[in-house]
Design a protein around this ligand. Structure first.
Ligand SMILES: Cc1cc2nc3c(=O)[nH]c(=O)nc-3n(C[C@H](O)[C@H](O)[C@H](O)COP(=O)(O)O)c2cc1C
Length: 323
């Protein structure tokens, strides 16, 4: 397969290589995001980014601080992750808008919207003349077409292989990418299990024009995940992973094994998800390295991850064909 050195993703996002770092709750900060952008990809600042202990700052104050720090560290494009609830969930829309307004004031020009296809929030972003990447949590042809018709610039096709909140249909990356590519005319990023150059090549063979990479970047020097968490990912294998609920998987740490037993004893998927949320979501397991109180959420391709590397090394390896 011939790889084009430049494509629409690079052009629309103004980046050197068609790689976007995925949004990840609690484990992004200014240094990590800027290092991805400085390496030639696009960094994305995720929810709860920045310091963990900043209790004196509101969520908007914390976000503003982190955006300003990114701007000090890079003059390259970076994006903000924003959550899109279903149309009509006004309370959540208002919360997302509050954070979006901070980003607009700070001059952020790129957004990765995740969740449902929300008309009001798409309009708010497009009215700013900003670039919008849309990721439906469970990708559908209808959602992809709707997002395109409402002005989305790029779509993300998420496979069941991904880390984080997994799609509600067990359709792997190999299947979903071409389905979404065939449904729309705008460029598509592939995501889910892309941890080495072979997976990048596969994504392009399926019609993607870029990759959206989460798990591989966790095991980087710059990612603020705990060192214990990074080591846990290196030593775990794909077949070890535990599907703790219908939406979350984890390395087989102490907490995940406890949840697995609870599930076998009759706890529902929703009960397990709320227990994880009560325990602090991804904060304890991912950021603090506390394997007794949190899961370690990763993709199914972790066998490819053998060592901690710098963000630059990871980008260079995954983007070797584009040099
Ligand atoms: C630890 C972790 C936390 C995540 N948190 C978020 C999040 O807060 N918001 C979001 O839109 N996606 C989140 N995701 C999903 C990623 O943005 C992305 O879809 C996924 O990591 C890509 O798949 P990969 O892990 O196979 O590379 C998270 C993923 C991981 C691994």
């Amino acid at each position: 397969m011939e790889i084009q050195l430049s494509n629409r993703v690079q052009e629309v996002l103004g980046i050197q290589y068609p790689i976007v770092q995925a949004a990840m709750n609690w484990i992004t900060d200014a240094n990590f995001v800027a290092s991805v952008s400085n390496a030639g990809g696009m960094g994305v600042i995720g929810p709860n980014a920045g310091p963990v202990e900043d209790t004196d700052l509101s969520s908007t104050g914390k976000l503003r601080n982190e955006i300003r720090k990114i701007k000090d560290l890079t003059d390259k494009p970076f994006a903000l992750n924003t959550f899109f609830p279903p149309d009509g969930d006004v309370e959540t829309e208002n919360y997302s808008l509050k954070l979006l307004n901070v980003a607009f004031e700070e001059g952020v020009k790129y957004f990765v919207a995740v969740g449902s296809i929300n008309k009001r929030l798409i309009k708010a972003i497009k009215n700013q003349g900003a670039i919008l990447i849309v990721r439906e949590l469970t990708p559908t042809v209808e959602g992809a077409k709707l997002a395109e018709s409402l002005g989305a610039d790029i779509l993300i096709a998420t496979g069941y292989d991904e880390g984080g909140w997994i799609p509600q249909k067990a359709i792997g990356t190999f299947s979903i990418v071409s389905t979404i590519v065939d449904a729309v005319n705008i460029p598509v990023l592939a995501t889910g299990g892309i941890n080495d150059i072979r997976a990048v090549r596969a994504a392009f063979a399926l019609g993607a024009e870029g990759v959206y990479v989460g798990t591989r970047f966790i095991v980087s020097e710059e990612c603020p995940a705990a060192d214990e968490t990074k080591q846990d990912i290196i030593k775990s294998t794909g077949t070890d992973l535990i599907l703790v609920s219908n939406t979350q998987r984890s390395t087989p740490n102490h907490f995940a094994k406890t949840l697995e037993k609870m599930r076998q004893n009759g706890s529902t998927s929703d009960e397990i998800d709320s227990l994880i949320a009560q325990s602090g979501g991804l904060l304890p397991g991912m950021r603090k390295g506390n394997s007794h109180e949190g899961i370690v959420s990763v993709n199914t391709a972790i066998d490819r991850i053998k060592e901690i590397k710098s963000v630059q090394q990871i980008v260079d390896e995954l983007m070797k064909d584009f040099k």
